[in-house]
Write a protein that binds this ligand. Structure first.
Ligand SMILES: Nc1ncnc2c1ncn2[C@@H]1O[C@H](COP(=O)(O)OP(=O)(O)OP(=O)(O)O)[C@@H](O)[C@H]1O
Ligand SMILES: [Mg+2]
Length: 377
């Protein structure tokens, strides 16, 4: 399918699919070794898209079997087209003669078989296709067992039709959201890939590749917001797909920077359950996430830490200071970032993490890596 990993990388780049070097090598190996790829991970993190991107890179088509509870062999492999068989008998009866065995064989040939995606994938003649067996965790064990013959012997046995051998071995992608654990016999036949939500840097690449935005700061802030939301213990954290929706919405709204005031209009894009909506509606909740998103953005843009000076005095500022400090700790900024200023009874103790000096943070809060006071995030 691909002469080299470089050729695959180039193809995936043209398909605007962002992939890390190790995953790229694994996909290349799967293609070379003619092994199916089993991809597991949360929704919207690029499992299905990988199959389409590989197909685009190989300039071939995708045969897709969308799995669901109660799916039948007929749906996956195909079935005899009875109306076509009947029509054949009616129109050709004068020429068929008395050779009942011959007639039966003729009727049970591929000419009268409406092929499903599995059979179609094996019968591609010129080039191998990509066979996507999507959301395999939705099917039962019996159906999973049906796939074993196909995925190791590259053939399908159909009653009355016989065993059909693959003409070209397809590149197979099996995807699962892990609602049910797939069996070991299937796993052993595959190379296994686990997709997680991407790191901020990679999400910026994906947003740049798949959205109309090209300005670094906004891309960084969107990716930072995604990261902050996913670290927020949501019932349904936003996926890459949802961040792409956000990118589109910001473009329509003409937004250059995400501000707390946009909360209500962005809520339907970011919170997809009542619980998550309720939490984001808390003023502190959304505002804190925006602070975090800016921290990530600034880290990406090499601006160092912008945090929490000038927050004013008083214990009521403590939550903001704490939030910003936590943001810094999460970012893993290293260096002599100090907390200084007037301490008060509710002063914040900084953990000696990530090169932070232990200290107490008063209401006038922090200084950034270079020791200079920085403006509020
Ligand atoms: N690595 C990537 N490079 C480019 N785009 C990506 C990448 N990962 C995800 N996307 C974008 O996210 C969208 C959703 O990805 P996809 O449909 O593959 O998710 P999924 O993992 O199959 O989710 P589900 O389990 O819900 O089916 C894609 O249409 C694509 O636009
Ligand atoms: Mg999918």
């Amino acid at each position: 399918m691909f002469r080299s990993a470089g050729e695959l990388a180039e193809g995936l780049r043209d398909a605007r699919y962002v992939i890390d070097p190790v995953t790229l090598e694994v996909v290349y190996l799967a293609a070379k070794m003619q092994k199916p790829l089993l991809v597991e991970g949360p929704p919207g993190c690029g499992k299905t898209e990988l199959a389409y991107a590989v197909a685009a890179a190989a300039d071939t088509t995708v045969e897709r079997l969308q799995c669901y509870e109660g799916i039948t062999e007929e749906k996956a492999i195909g079935k005899f087209d009875e109306s076509l068989q009947r029509l054949f008998l009616e129109t050709q009866k004068d020429f068929l003669g008395q050779d009942w065995e011959g007639i039966r064989n003729r009727l049970h040939s591929l000419d009268f078989f409406a092929e499903g995606p599995l059979l179609r994938a094996l019968r591609h003649k010129l080039k191998p296709c990509v066979l996507l067996i999507d959301e395999l965790d939705k099917v039962d064990h019996a159906f999973e067992a049906l796939l074993l013959e196909i995925l190791s012997a590259w053939q399908i046995t159909v009653p009355k039709l016989g065993t059909i051998k693959g003409e070209k071995i397809p590149f197979v992608v099996l995807s699962s959201n892990e609602e049910r654990r797939l069996g070991d016999p299937l796993r052993r036949r595959c190379l296994y890939l686990r997709f997680e939500y991407p790191a901020v840097e990679r999400e910026v690449e994906i947003l740049a590749a798949r959205s109309a935005h090209q300005e670094g700061p906004l891309l960084g802030q969107m990716a930072g917001l995604a990261h902050a939301l996913r670290g927020w213990n949501m019932e349904k954290p936003p996926s890459i797909a949802e961040m792409l929706d956000l990118a589109q919405a910001l473009q329509i709204l003409g937004v250059k920077e995400i501000m707390p005031e946009l909360r209500d209009v962005l809520l339907p894009l970011l919170a997809k359950t009542e619980g998550d909506r309720g939490r984001l509606l808390l003023r502190e909740g959304f505002e804190g996430l925006i602070v975090d998103s800016k921290l990530y953005r600034d880290k990406l843009n090499g601006r160092g830490v912008q945090c929490i000076s000038s927050l004013g005095r008083g214990a009521n500022k403590r939550p903001r200071i704490l939030r910003a400090m936590r943001g810094i700790l999460r970012l893993g900024i290293r260096g002599p970032c100090r907390a200084r200023g007037r301490s008060h009874p509710g002063g914040i103790r900084l953990e000696p993490l990530c090169g932070f000096q232990e200290g107490r943070c008063g209401s006038h809060a922090a200084y950034a890596c270079d020791g200079k006071p920085v403006r509020s995030a």
